[in-house]
Write a protein that binds this ligand. Structure first.
Ligand code: SF4
Length: 252
């Protein structure tokens, strides 16, 4: 299992799409703050699901702390191609998420460094106007969608999640531009079977992503009852996806 990130900045890590990506963690250091409880989470199970981080204002990085960390990275000698807002859970739960994204965009505008800004999100809050406006500002909004029906959504992302697949799809439809990222697993929970892939593709067809990225487990997951899906199956899913949706697909 991966340890939680300890500070606001982490990396940079090499990423196929983003190049050198410097992570920005705007979530607590002591626990995972998330609106889902995914069986494949690399940080382990979510002990309590939260739909907002409002009550954790005292342990979340403040705007000033984020400004200091990000300005230091921009003015310093670390090389990176992307600043990626992600970290210990779901970044959009930070009550100042929109202001933080605006701040990072302004810092970039004033800097001489050339880099992109990305957010990796589980899509549960993109129906909120503030989240939507912030996501529309960044160069890459990487949004999670790994089920095509409510039953599989709950199996993968936690039975206790208050969010529904419907509300996620409705939220994604409001975004101007985004990439869909899908984790496939098999074993006790299997979203890579023919019928589940068909159902997921039906949901995808209602959206308009710039691209769809499919991947499988690379690290120890929260559940020990799921397994990695073979690359050859991911390639098959991508081929079918291109055929049925006309979207660009990438396999990781
Ligand atoms: S949305 Fe991300 S951080 Fe939250 S439980 Fe799922 S994989 Fe983990």
């Amino acid at each position: 299992m991966m340890d939680l990130q300890e500070g606001i900045l982490y990396g940079p890590l090499q990423s196929r799409r983003l190049g050198l990506s410097l992570g920005v963690n705007i979530l607590p250091n002591s626990f995972k703050l998330c609106s889902l409880n995914c069986c494949y989470c690399q940080y382990g199970w979510t002990h309590e699901i939260y739909e907002s981080g409002q009550q954790f204002a005292d342990v979340l990085p403040s705007i000033t702390e984020v400004e200091t960390a990000v300005s230091g990275a921009i003015d310093g000698s670390i090389e990176f191609d992307y600043l990626t807002v992600c970290g210990n859970g779901e970044p959009t739960l930070h009550p100042e998420f929109a202001a933080i994204i605006e701040l990072i965009c302004n810092l970039r505008q004033r800097s001489k460094k050339d880099f992109g800004i990305a957010v990796i999100s589980n899509s549960t809050t993109c129906f909120l106007p503030g989240t939507k406006s912030a996501l529309d500002l960044v160069d890459l909004a990487v949004m999670k969608l790994d089920a095509g029906n409510e039953q599989m959504f709950k199996k993968l992302n936690g039975k206790t999640a208050a969010t529904s697949l419907d509300s996620i799809l409705n939220g994604l439809k409001k975004l101007n531009k985004y990439i869909v990222q899908t984790m496939f697993v098999e074993g006790a929970i299997n979203n890579s079977s023919d019928s589940e892939v068909d159902s997921w593709l039906e949901s995808l067809k209602s959206l308009n992503p710039q691209c769809v990225q499919v991947y499988s487990l690379a690290r120890t997951a929260a559940s020990d009852k799921i397994r990695q899906v073979k690359k050859s199956r991911l390639e098959e899913i991508a081929r079918l996806g291109r055929l049925k949706t006309g979207f660009e697909f990438e396999v990781f």
